[in-house]
Design a protein around this ligand. Structure first.
Ligand code: PLP
Length: 401
């Protein structure tokens, strides 16, 4: 079948909730992907940080097969031998006390919101129904109805209301705005340590430290969404570790499942997690034996192969190389670890068109919000692979300038 045939079948049978490129991928290995015409691409997206360990990582594959030789999915009414192991490993890695496993990032966020609201009632003494959550403008926490109720993006919200959810949106990176927005009914501040989908926006130094102090002062939970920034992406195991010991709640997803299976989790202090009792939350697939086995392996790979350190080193290398381009096409290059954004000069080219040009040259990248080209390759990427990708960026810059 030709690429056009795959595309036309999708267009007939698939809801159009994504605007995908017109080529069709059918093979993956490490940092490389191939399409049905045999064209090879360097993956500078890594499924938005999900395939951080490289495509079809051998250790993840082996862990999957070993688990499938033993046991698959069972009802959570019955205990299995892998879930406790997963919980212990992720709690020890993050420094938080307890976890609740889910599947997608959005479900992890939903879990955090439920935990915060019930904590607000049970611990802080807020009247049920009055719980107030503060989030940031330009955030991305997922696409469920509660979560898009916290979004400032009109495209995510149009036609999906009502969104009467007792929340306030404040400017990102502004601790004073947080303090101003807090009311006696505020139970949580939900925030990304770096806004990923929002355009790889790195907040001012000290931001997390300051917002943590404000949250503590007003008895408000600090809940960090590290679905994208977690598991080594920013050069530490978790982005919060650049500034603080631990938040009150932490949401993980994407790379937690090794890039081949959806695994997410909400983690919190004992006080926060104690609000859950039987029946209050759950998921059929959340924390099943396969998910648990993959997460355990993903955590081992992260530590044993020192991928956070690698992310810091390779990220610095890629950032410096991109920042060294003295091009009128570039407005700014910013980021942390291997989460890097190149903001284009809109007078020269938009980010989506920049990505299209890179694609023609065999580099997969994706814009965020039309203005920023995101570079987030697998953390396993080698220097010479970065060099190859950066040379393609240089060619695109030359052609446009
Ligand atoms: N939170 C953040 C920070 C994300 O970047 C994403 C996805 O990009 C999500 C939540 C939602 O994750 P999922 O798409 O797995 O629901």
């Amino acid at each position: 079948m030709k690429a056009a045939d795959y595309v036309s079948r999708e267009q007939k049978y698939l809801a159009k909730n994504y605007k995908s490129f017109p080529f069709v991928l059918n093979k993956a290995e490490g940092v490389w992907l191939w399409d049905t015409d045999g064209k090879k691409y360097l993956d500078f997206v890594a499924a938005y940080s999900a395939t951080s360990f490289g495509h079809l990582n051998q250790r993840i594959k082996d862990a999957l097969i070993a688990q499938l030789d033993r046991m698959d999915v069972q009802a959570r009414a019955f205990r299995h031998d892998r879930l406790g192991e997963f919980a212990e490993a992720i709690c020890k890695l993050t420094g938080l006390d307890m976890m609740l496993p889910m599947n997608t990032g959005a479900e992890g966020v939903e879990t955090g919101i439920k935990a915060a609201r019930r904590w607000g009632v049970d611990v802080k003494g807020i009247q049920d129904g009055k719980q107030h959550i503060i989030a940031c403008k330009n955030n991305f926490h997922g696409r469920t109805t509660t979560i898009i109720g916290l979004s400032s993006d009109a495209d995510y919200r149009r036609g999906f209301g009502p969104f009467d959810n007792g929340s306030t949106l404040i400017n990102y990176g502004d601790p004073a705005a947080l303090e101003k927005a807090i009311t006696p009914n505020t139970c949580a501040f939900l925030v990304e340590p770096i806004q990923g989908e929002g355009g790889i926006l790195v907040p001012p130094k000290g931001y997390l430290k300051e917002v943590q102090a404000i949250c503590k002062k007003h008895k408000v939970l600090l809940i960090l969404d590290e679905v994208q920034t977690g598991m080594g992406r920013t050069g530490k195991d978790f982005a919060f570790q650049h500034e603080i010991d631990r938040p009150d709640g932490l949401i993980l997803g994407k790379a937690l499942g090794g890039g081949i299976y959806p695994v997410s989790a909400f983690l919190g202090t004992k006080e926060v997690m104690s609000v859950f009792d039987p029946g209050s939350h759950g998921s059929t697939f959340g924390g099943n034996a396969v998910a648990s086995a993959l997460a355990v392996e993903a955590i081992s790979i992260l530590k044993e192969e020192k991928l956070s350190e690698r992310s810091a080193e390779m990220g610095e290398y890629l950032l410096r190389k991109l920042q060294s381009f003295n091009s009128p096409v570039i407005k700014e290059v910013r980021g942390r670890g291997l989460l890097i954004g190149l903001e284009t000069n809109p007078a020269k080219i938009g980010a989506p068109q920049f990505c299209e040009k890179l694609l023609e040259k065999g580099v997969l990248s994706k814009d965020t919000h039309g203005t920023v080209v995101r570079f987030s390759p697998p953390l396993t990427i080698q220097k010479q692979e970065i060099d190859w990708g950066v040379d393609r960026v240089a060619e695109v810059l030359r052609e446009i300038a």
